[in-house]
Design a protein around this ligand. Sequence first.
Ligand code: KDG
Ligand code: MG
Length: 419
Amino acid sequence: MKDIIGKANLSVKVALMLKIKDARVVVTCPGRNFVTLRIETADGVYGLGDATLNGRELAVASYLTDHVIPCLIGRDAHQIEDIWQYLYKGAYWRRGPVTMSAIAAVDMALWDIKAKAANMPLYQLLGGACRTGVMVYGHANGQTVEETVEEALKYRAMGYKAIRLQSGVPGLPSTYGVSKDKMFYEPADGSLPTENVWSTAKYLRAVPQLFEAARLVLGEEVHLLHDVHHRLTPIEAARLGKSLEPYRLFWMEDPTPAENQEAFRLIRQHTTTPLAVGEVFNSIWDAKDLIQNQLIDYIRATVVHAGGITHLRRIANLADLYQIRTGCHGATDLSPVTMAAALHVGLSIPNFGIQEYMRHTVETDAVFPHAYTFQDGSLHPGDAPGLGVDLDEALAAKYPYSRAFLPVNRLEDGTLHSW
Ligand code: KDG
Ligand code: MG
């Protein structure tokens, strides 16, 4: 008996102290900018964290290099919670997208290290799989209703069970979220911000027509989603939610900005269309009132912009108490490192809802080789130890940083939109 116990102990021998020896930031632009943190321990185990903040990439790179990395050297990589608290509380200046993306990168890299040291895929350390895979939604968009529905049919043929639909608005020259490229969508499109023109009246007329056509062609089975991109006031959003009820959306996303969390109460009072919000949230405090008052159905906070795996799980736990599920942001400006982290979290939490999945380009996938795979409308993180993502630094070096901004939005009379 003693022998068996001895052997068992030997077979799971894990270093109980992993001293951080080195850390560095890699900025690369394989089609779009990514900021990646690489933390290495004295034992040679390394971990990766995504720190990409679209349009503000270098601010996070500097925050990490100048203010965070010097505080990490010599610490025990196993102390993920303590390091999180140290970087959050110790900074004095809490929250904000730059700080929380930097903390997130450290947190992801440390979880990657811990799971590699344990020789397990991260989801096993997070409690194990609660489901066979993580249902994802893809983006169908087009200039016209017909083009958008045609794109949606392609997603359905690929096996997607959920599809987001965005269409150009008749009478407006361009619309945010409706790209020229089909499978690969990149909203940061200029070395200075481009300017879109917006008309709420035209938009509110167009969207129900899109979903009416989509249901007719696509039928009842497939989940349909729509992103409002924070363009409406609460009462306008309430009206849109009501007018979309016949088409039974999976969700209406970002109907209005959520700095004032109370604003969602008004939308909620008027419509049964499920509500999703949170891709720009940085912390649990951005979502607390929305969750505790059950003003939303899906929380879209994401690993990279909301303080990492540690903090996202805290948000998901709070949401679970109020029957709110996750629907994490997963656009192309979130690197494969974030995608992998989101999949490990999504697989292991009880209240997972859906995961956004915008495919990265071939160039990005080559710089970040990864273990996650798509099948039957779901992603699985794979069973490689850690996050299951690597960074080809030699290839990354061939793609230097290139400044790119997200567009701004103006009303037809020139007023800067949205609130
Ligand atoms: O960086 C901003 C994009 O990630 C965002 O516009 C995409 O709204 C978006 C979404 O839902 O994916
Ligand atoms: Mg969105």
